[in-house]
Design a protein around this ligand. Sequence first.
Ligand code: TXA
Ligand code: MG
Length: 344
Amino acid sequence: MKILDLKGNENLTKLKEPANVIKNGGLVLFPTETVYGLGANGLDENAVKKIFVAKGRKQDNPLILHISSINMLNQIVFKLNEVEKKLINAFWPGPFTIILNHTDIVPNSVTGGLDTVGVRMPSGKIARALIEYSGVPIAAPSANISGKPSGTNLDDIFDELKDKVDYIIDGGHCDVGLESTVVRVIDNIPHILRPGKVTPEQIKEVAGNVIIDSHILHQLDSQDKPLSPGMKYRHYAPNTKCVLVYSKDNNKLVEKINELSKGFNKPLVICCNDNVKFYNDKLNINIGFKNNLEEISKNIFSALRKVDKFEPDIVFIEGVEATGLGLAIMNRLIRACEYNYVEV
Ligand code: TXA
Ligand code: MG
């Protein structure tokens, strides 16, 4: 295994080496603007299978193909409709994945046997250059063992994945910190299957309409057949029990967390910087100022990964308003809390 340090380094030609690893069927851990990805040649059935083994991921949970050009898109999917075209024009390159019908060139291992494939053109320079030098779409899930929080910086995932990949590219901390928005257009209406940095409001502005899938903030019933297989699986949860608490009124939010934590020996609060002073008697991890959702997004996964190291007996997490980028934050947090949610 080799590590290439590209933190603050603009010499992207060094990416020819990991691109060769991709071409030859190997696994490369690489940064994107959202989270780190665990990448392989997306047209090579056997290379893709290695991703599932490395992550311990269920075969029926399909992968996203990452592309660097519209030429590459045309090889893997059929003609787009007008709404799909508008969306990719507006949001590519960037944290936006669209579900499209795929051509025969896309292996079954990528799609879990579905007729559709998720495609994304990342804006991160390292990711784009890596794909370009590889000359093939790169299949890549978030870099983490399945069920754990996604990796947003190398320190968080190095130990977990170092023995499972052939090559690691260190690009520092990811900008967005949450995975891409996943959208499928059905009857000309974009349906958000996973919220992200590209918000429902932005999608509505481009397409005139948007539907937020009901499972984004609610648990699936056992008989539900989700539009996205990923919705079925346990995600992001620390080992310690976590409770998500939200109130529009900041005083009530703080009061509720302080009330709920009575009777616990070692409660930990994941909170905004503004509120740390109210939790002096508890462990805490602060994740950014309340009005800075970008900063909060960036820090969430790292915070969730730190929780168990403090050995708390309970964790309370401050929620945010579920609009705009807040919807994506709440979608990840409610899963991390396994739907333990209190609103006051
Ligand atoms: O930002 C991201 O999207 C990151 C970086 C690495 O690009 N990737 C990522 O991949 O988050 P992953 O595999 O962790 O999440 C992909 C999600 C899963 O929930 C999966 O079920 C859904 O997209 N998905 C993929 N293909 C699909 C399809 N054909 N239909 C419905 N959902 C699909
Ligand atoms: Mg993932």
